[in-house]
Design a protein around this ligand. Sequence first.
Ligand code: A3P
Length: 317
Amino acid sequence: MSEEEKLSYSEAIKKAYASVYRFPLIPVRGIPIMNLIAKNWDSIWAFRPEPSDLLIATYPKAGTTWTQEIVDLLLHNGDAEACKRAPTPIRSPFLEIFSPPPIPSGLDLLKEMDPPRIIKTHLPFQLVPPGFWENKCKAIYVARNAKDNLVSYFHFDCMNMTQPDPGPWEGYILKFMRGEYPCSPGPEVAWGSWYDHVKGYWMEREKKNILYLFYEDMKENPRREVERIMRYLDLSVSDEVISRIVELTSFKNMKENPMANYSCIPAPVFDHSISPFMRKGEVGDWRNHFTPEQSKMFDEDYEKQMKEVNIPFRTLI
Ligand code: A3P
């Protein structure tokens, strides 16, 4: 690209960012998803990964970025500089994301990369392109307890101008539970039900060789979980490198790392002044948000929605 072309491309990108708005959700096989994703659904569903590609799947706000960083560092033997080669969404593309052109889609970025690629998705299990399972790709699923996940998603929906307006907190709880709330713009959250998401991957984890991790375990003992990921990926790095990876992926270090903290996404899209992407990174922050009544109502509903599975979530560590 000539200098002139580069300049006009970067102007076009700026314009595209400025044109984003709180995109409506459109159902894809019953799952509410951002309209641009729904519109491009056929090309997403047809995506064919290579067998060496790795899928990192999560419900939004469960610890995706953290896991992407750990995996990238493991694949680069803990080389911090190598993992600062580009921001997270470039190093590890978001499979289904589509933004106004010319901002590249996840599929555009993947096309330009050589396998093995670290591919992020928030799609529920049944919407993951079947090529991943046909090619026996490895997949890591990270789950976070419902209450902290909800709190994190609420703050994210406040600052991410491509997500539907979360509305007031008390209504958001009902939306997350899939309740109706007359003041909110829609009764559901993007990527659908947390309950169905965590259950979907849980039921398939053995058949599909999915490594199912918990955010709370990562907080409790990051070293143990980094080693677990390393073994799953058939990698072997030294104890010293593991220690370095644990340090580099601490909340504090990632918050300060411009290649991992999403400061790359400009203000018209992510307004970090409303809530930073790297917000708190804690287990149990829900206690600062739920009233005792809200907590009771949520727990009673949780028992019903989760009764057929026994997924060992912890809301405190
Ligand atoms: P909070 O909003 O509770 O702070 P995702 O990457 O899936 O969007 O998840 C974002 C959540 O993970 C945010 O939670 C963010 O702060 C937290 N997070 C990101 N990196 C982390 C890390 N290294 N350690 C702990 N939490 C982290």
